[in-house]
Every structure is written in structure tokens, then in C-alpha cells.
Unconditional design. Structure first.
Length: 340
């Protein structure tokens, strides 16, 4: 089970993702931006640090390290971090609504209400949507995107290269500025020594601090609860094979029953992993993930927490994606009335 929270405080800007090259015919907005970094980024940092610091046996770290996220929290109060609100709860700025299953179908009296908040405090998990809203335990996010324009200059002149040159043109990067009172949060089985590290593809400096979850932590108690027939993802769910992305694990338990879902469009998911033979990173196969907050209602209960799910339920690409927190979920309450 997870034992630590890894807290990441960006020192200055962090970069989200690079935009397309700019030309008069190609002016891009922020469509490619992606933040916060996935748990795979933190996993890569563990192995990078261990390569130089030798904190753990490499094989034991490879077999035993599990991370999950991303979440965020107040820097001085990390235990009660914020996680995605289930899609069954619609929390607008001044009102709220909830989805239920009535006569076998999803139903919401105010289904046209648009969510204003997408994150909630974990200690209010499974509370009614109106209680979360009225008590102020729903938030947007503590960061802002800022577009940064980069020119590619000629080596011998102070002017940009042509668009059709191999390294030419102008391009956008989407920098992210976090409120300094907040931090990114990831669950982990291992801890990192407190300090400053280079984090993410752009290698920007971040401050990292660990927080050990006490054995009687209500967060651990919540994570240990068995998943029955109704649950919501708090991290992206990557299911299926190397070739096909699916909405749920591809096994007899899931495929032989009716599953009702509340979800959004799938999100791209890709990560870079180390290669021991070449000593360089390689880009994993691109997939689509079921987004965080997606709600599942099953006919048959699973009866065990995510941590104890069968390893065969998770895709593998040299390692199980469960190690990256794939599909980490918590039980939720959904009102079911009428006849299916």
C-alpha cells in the first residue's frame, strides 16, 4: 500500500507541452497543453536519482515502486489533498446536482448544469455535492498557463531561421505558474530525500518534500476500502492491449456483465521509460486513457480494494501499468431506483 505523499513545488515556471511551429497559416492556441505531469514522470525521477545515489537495490525498486497521481494540495496541509470530482457530481459556482440511475438509465434533474469545479478535498469524498460546494471543499486549480514564444536563431545572425529549415521558425511552449502556497501531490510506496530536483521533460528545478502517511491516516483507510459495484477513477485508466484502448479491463469479470459509465472523451496517454540496454529513455506506445473522475456502475461487485486487483487486469509494457497508478479508484454512492 502507498506510504508516502511526494510533494512537488515548482521553483518558477514549469512547462506543460510544446505547441506547433508558428507560421502565418498555423497560429495555435493552447490545445496541446497538458498539466500536471503524469505519475510516470515521478517514477522516472526515482530511477534517475537511484542511478546516481544508489538508495535502493535496482531490482527491488523496479519490482516494488508504485506511484499514483497527479493530485495537488496546500503546501502546509498536504494530507488532505485535492483529487478529481466524480462525474456523478456536478458542482457549479452557485448550485450543484447529482446523477442517479432511474429505471436502468442515468438521470439528473439539472443535467444542463455546467461544472465550475473539477477538484475536491479527499476528506469530503462521498459527501453530497451540495455539501462539498457549500462548505468550500471544491476548487478549480492553483495554476495558470502562460504562453512563451521561442525563436530559433541563426548561428551567425540575430534573426530567426526560415520555417522550412530543419530547426527553423517560432514555436510556443506553455509554461505553468503555480501558486507558491500549493504543490503537486503523488502517492508513493517509496520516499525521496527532501531537496531540489530536475523534474519533467524540460528539466525545470522543483523542490521535493515527502510526507509519511500515519498508519491511522483517514486517507489510507479510504484507500483500503474494497471496491464493490460503484466506483470513480481518481487517476486515468489505461485498459486494453498495446494496439487497442478500451473503457475497462479486458477480462472475463468485466466483459461478462453490463457496465454503466459516466465519463468524458478519452485523453492521450504516453510516457517515456528507461532502457537498461541502451541506457537511454524510450517512448512508450501511445494510448488513450479513460479520464479521471469517470464513474463505473457494475452488475457484480469486485469486493477488494484497487491494490488487490488481479495483476492481469492491468496492461503491461515491460511492467504493469498498475505501478503507474493506472485506474486508481475509490468507492462512491450512486442512488439507484426503479426497475432496470
Amino acid at each position: 500500500m502507498f506510504k508516502y505523499l511526494i510533494l512537488i513545488n515548482p521553483l518558477g515556471f514549469m512547462y506543460g507541452s510544446a505547441g506547433s511551429f508558428l507560421s502565418p497559416d498555423n497560429l495555435v492556441g493552447r490545445s496541446g497543453s497538458k498539466f500536471p505531469p503524469e505519475a510516470a514522470t515521478l517514477s522516472g525521477l526515482f530511477f534517475s536519482v537511484n542511478k546516481t545515489e544508489k538508495l535502493w537495490d535496482a531490482d527491488k525498486l523496479s519490482k516494488g515502486l508504485y506511484v499514483a497521481g497527479p493530485f495537488w494540495a496546500e503546501w502546509d496541509n498536504p494530507e488532505y489533498f485535492y483529487l478529481p470530482i466524480p462525474w456523478s457530481k456536478i458542482i457549479a459556482e452557485n448550485e450543484s446536482a447529482e446523477w442517479e440511475i432511474k429505471n436502468g438509465n442515468w438521470f439528473c434533474e439539472n443535467s444542463k448544469l455546467e461544472p465550475y469545479y473539477k477538484w475536491q478535498r479527499i476528506n469530503f469524498w462521498n459527501e453530497p455535492a451540495e455539501s462539498i460546494r457549500s462548505n468550500g471543499y471544491a476548487e478549480k486549480f492553483p495554476w495558470n498557463f502562460v504562453s512563451v514564444l521561442h525563436p530559433r536563431l541563426k548561428d551567425d545572425e540575430r534573426c530567426t531561421l526560415k520555417i522550412d529549415d530543419a530547426k527553423g521558425g517560432l514555436f510556443l511552449e506553455y509554461s505553468v505558474q503555480m501558486n507558491p502556497d500549493y504543490c503537486l501531490v503523488y502517492l508513493s510506496t517509496h520516499d525521496l530525500p527532501d531537496g531540489w530536483y530536475r523534474f519533467g521533460g524540460e528539466n525545470h528545478i522543483v523542490e521535493i518534500k515527502k510526507f509519511k502517511l500515519p498508519d491511522d491516516s483517514p486517507i489510507l483507510k479510504l484507500l483500503r476500502q474494497p471496491i464493490e459495484d460503484k466506483f470513480a477513477l481518481i487517476t486515468p485508466g489505461i485498459w486494453g492491449s498495446n494496439r487497442f484502448s478500451q473503457r475497462c479491463p479486458q477480462n472475463e469479470f468485466f466483459t461478462n456483465q453490463k457496465i454503466q459509465m459516466l465519463t468524458d472523451k478519452p485523453i492521450p496517454y504516453r510516457y517515456r521509460v528507461g532502457d537498461r540496454k541502451t541506457q537511454q529513455g524510450r517512448l512508450g506506445r501511445g494510448r488513450y486513457a479513460v479520464p479521471s473522475g469517470s464513474v463505473y456502475v457494475l452488475e457484480k461487485p469486485i469486493g477488494k480494494p484497487w491494490w488487490d486487483w488481479d495483476k492481469e487486469w492491468f496492461p503491461e509494457e515491460g511492467f504493469s501499468l498498475q505501478k503507474m497508478g493506472c485506474g486508481l479508484c475509490l468507492p462512491i454512492n450512486i442512488e439507484i431506483t426503479g426497475v432496470a
